[in-house]
Design a protein around this ligand. Structure first.
Ligand code: HEM
Length: 126
């Protein structure tokens, strides 16, 4: 019986544990979950992954940054860093942005020509 409850306890601890990556450092935020002013859920969403972008987007205070140092448990191996820098979404964004590049430039260019022509016509009438 004792063995069984031990196992259950370990299971519980494992699901409660939360590690994430910020600026190539590994953080164990298990004990910080309930204290996080931004809530537990946002941290859980980042569990096991690189949360750097979201952490920076929030614009955490200097105090928050100082506080974060207490939870560093290690550093990401340099060999694994490129994997973080190239998430699959980047590819989608690149494809998306290259197709919208044309619309972003062509539409304003046509509008500019149209405005210039209308202006010339207007001036000629005077
Ligand atoms: C070691 C990691 C972290 C620490 C120590 C930390 C600490 C804090 C602190 C102290 C605040 C209060 C506001 C401030 O002082 O800036 C805060 C707010 C917040 N944090 Fe974190 N945080 C961490 C990671 C994250 C991550 C990974 C996210 C992911 C999105 C996040 C999302 C938020 C949000 C949404 C707020 C609320 C902002 C608001 O209400 O204006 N935090 N955090």
């Amino acid at each position: 019986m004792a063995e069984q409850s031990d196992e259950a306890e370990i299971q519980k601890q494992t699901t409660l544990e939360l590690w994430l990556i910020l600026h190539h450092k590994v953080y164990d935020l298990t004990k910080f979950l309930e204290e996080h002013p931004g809530g537990e859920e946002v941290l859980r969403e980042q569990a096991g992954g690189d949360a750097t972008e979201n952490f920076e987007d929030v614009g955490h205070s200097t105090d928050a940054r100082e506080m974060s140092k207490t939870y560093i448990i290690g550093e990401l191996h340099p060999d694994d860093r490129p994997k973080l820098n190239k998430p699959p979404e980047t590819l989608i964004t690149t494809v998306d942005s290259s197709s919208s590049w044309w619309t972003n430039w062509v539409i304003p260019a046509i509008s500019a020509v149209a405005v210039a022509l209308m202006y010339r016509l207007y001036m000629e009438q005077d």
